[in-house]
Ligand binder design. Structure first.
Ligand code: BEZ
Length: 304
């Protein structure tokens, strides 16, 4: 007798019909009937009243039903306890681009921890191409980033596009402007962006955004990080274009303004290794989409 026989028997008792039980179990009725006959033979007991409609269990069948429920529930418990015990040692390492920490990332990670208390979560700040490299080398299991680069070893899913905004000093001519600012108005400004270590990250996206409009800002400075760039804005040295969620970083004398151009957006990706089986990363996707639902953010649900 195997657990499968118990599952079949329980389904027939609960559905009071072989036909309905077979549908519920996604098997054909003849093999189901055969399995129950085999079970009765092995037990040497008749479990169902012959010819009863709806199907009724015999007294010994009712006894066996109660025992079968207990056994199935024990088996499920053993499975869960073992799975949890195996999981406690597992750490999921998540890389993230710095600006994402200002947005929904903390909320997503919090939810993930709540839903997967047996997993350790380690967050690693990584920008640009370092994210791809870290994934390939196994230093992280998943990365939230903005790099548009494809790599054969990496699966990349775009979660959404985030609007970009302009950060200016409170004394800047645009500081109290009520109208959205266009990129054209910024071409002669000193523009700070980040990070400096790779040519393919966020800084490159900002550059290509201007190029898309045929603009080539002359005074373009790439700094180490987001904080440095906003620090420069706060010091009145220039302007900075940042994802909208960065607005929560309040620097004294930094005003955030809307940008007029609809192309002023930056993608947010979730990346994992190509050979990832999704055991831990699929739940991470689920958490992202749950947070999007809670925040009423529109998205196009995609998983691997
Ligand atoms: C978002 O703002 O959509 C986001 C931020 C961090 C991780 C994932 C998504």
């Amino acid at each position: 007798m195997e657990l499968r026989h118990l599952r079949y028997f329980v389904a027939v008792v609960e559905e009071q019909s072989f036909t309905k039980a077979a549908e519920k179990l996604f098997i054909a009725q003849p093999p189901l009937s055969r399995q129950i006959q085999n079970l009765e033979q092995e037990l040497g007991a008749q479990l169902f009243e012959r010819g009863s409609r709806p199907l009724r269990t015999t007294p010994i069948g009712r006894f066996f039903y109660q025992q079968a429920l207990k056994l199935l529930s024990n088996a499920e418990e053993i499975k869960l306890i073992t799975q949890r015990a195996g999981m406690t040692e597992r750490t999921i390492q998540i890389g993230y681009g710095s600006s994402l920490m200002c947005g929904l990332l903390p909320r997503i990670v919090y939810l993930f921890r709540q839903q997967h208390p047996h997993l350790n979560v380690k967050l690693v700040e990584l920008n640009g191409m370092d994210q791809i490299q870290a994934l390939k080398e196994g230093r992280v299991d998943a990365c939230f980033g903005r790099v548009r680069v494809s790599d054969q070893a990496v699966k990349r899913v775009m979660l959404r596009e985030e609007r970009l905004v302009l950060a200016v000093h409170s004394s800047h001519a645009f500081a109290n402007c009520k109208q959205p600012i266009s990129l054209m108005q910024l071409k002669d400004e000193q523009i700070f962006t980040y990070p400096s270590q790779s040519g393919l990250g966020y800084a490159a996206q900002i550059k290509s955004l201007f190029l898309e409009f045929g603009l080539e800002p002359k005074r373009f400075h790439v700094l180490d990080g987001l904080q440095q760039s906003l620090g420069m804005v706060a010091a009145g040295e220039g302007i900075c274009i940042v994802p909208e969620s960065v607005k929560m970083m309040q620097f004294r004398h930094v005003n955030y303004l809307a940008l007029a151009d609809s192309a002023a957006q930056s993608p947010i990706y979730l990346m994992v290794r190509n050979d990832d089986e999704g055991q831990y990363t699929r739940p991470l996707f689920d958490c992202v989409y749950q947070v999007y639902d809670l925040e009423a953010i529109e998205y196009d649900r995609r998983v691997f």
